[in-house]
Design a protein around this ligand. Structure first.
Ligand SMILES: [Zn+2]
Length: 186
């Protein structure tokens, strides 16, 4: 049986010159991600943070256009890396980084399981950063004073409303306006 090696880093960059033809052919069949359609903070800045904590072992991508810098948030993530057209990147579960897209990016992507096999694309989802419960239907997005971004399930949000004041209520990942205060009946 083959030994499964743990990646030394939570992200693996395969420079364009080392990307095999086999991977190029395979990746062409994967869905495409367009950086322009990804929510950015602030809008249009090319900046967003991403937490690779989905129900997969590794997200593999092949970049076909653009350039970006990824700055790991977690200490085990390693140094900041620059990725660009032609490169392949493996994002391992647990990796968390800040993206800065310098030139609009297109990339093919696919998810691989613990067994190293290609997985069907998971449903979009949001996971509570406190209790890890899925909270795609209703969640609260909070940015701390130090810039820490959290997705919270309604339960965790309500447990500590004071701490998370100003959090943005979201339904299916989209912000919803706060409900108007009900008028007291006389
Ligand atoms: Zn929670």
């Amino acid at each position: 049986m083959a030994t499964v090696n743990k990646p030394a880093s939570l992200v693996t960059l395969i420079p364009a010159a080392e990307v095999s033809e086999e991977l190029q052919v395979l990746a062409a069949t994967w869905p495409v991600w367009d950086s322009k359609t990804h929510p950015q903070k602030p809008k249009g800045s090319g900046k967003f943070s991403f937490d690779y904590s989905g129900d997969y072992d590794t997200e593999r991508v092949l970049i076909t256009k653009g350039r970006a810098t990824l700055t790991p948030v977690n200490p085990a993530g390693g140094d900041a890396i620059c990725i660009e057209s032609g490169d392949s990147v493996y994002f391992h579960r647990g990796f968390k980084c800040n993206w800065k897209v310098h030139s609009p990016m297109l990339k093919h992507y696919a998810y691989y399981g613990d067994d190293g096999e290609l997985m069907p694309e998971p449903e979009p989802g949001i996971t509570c950063d406190i209790c890890k419960a899925g909270c795609f239907v209703e969640s609260y997005f909070h940015t701390g004073e130090d810039g820490t971004e959290l997705d919270l399930c309604p339960k965790c949000f309500k447990k500590d409303v004071g701490k998370y004041s100003g959090a943005e209520k979201q339904k299916f990942g989209e912000p919803v306006p706060a409900p108007a205060k009900r008028q007291k009946k006389k």
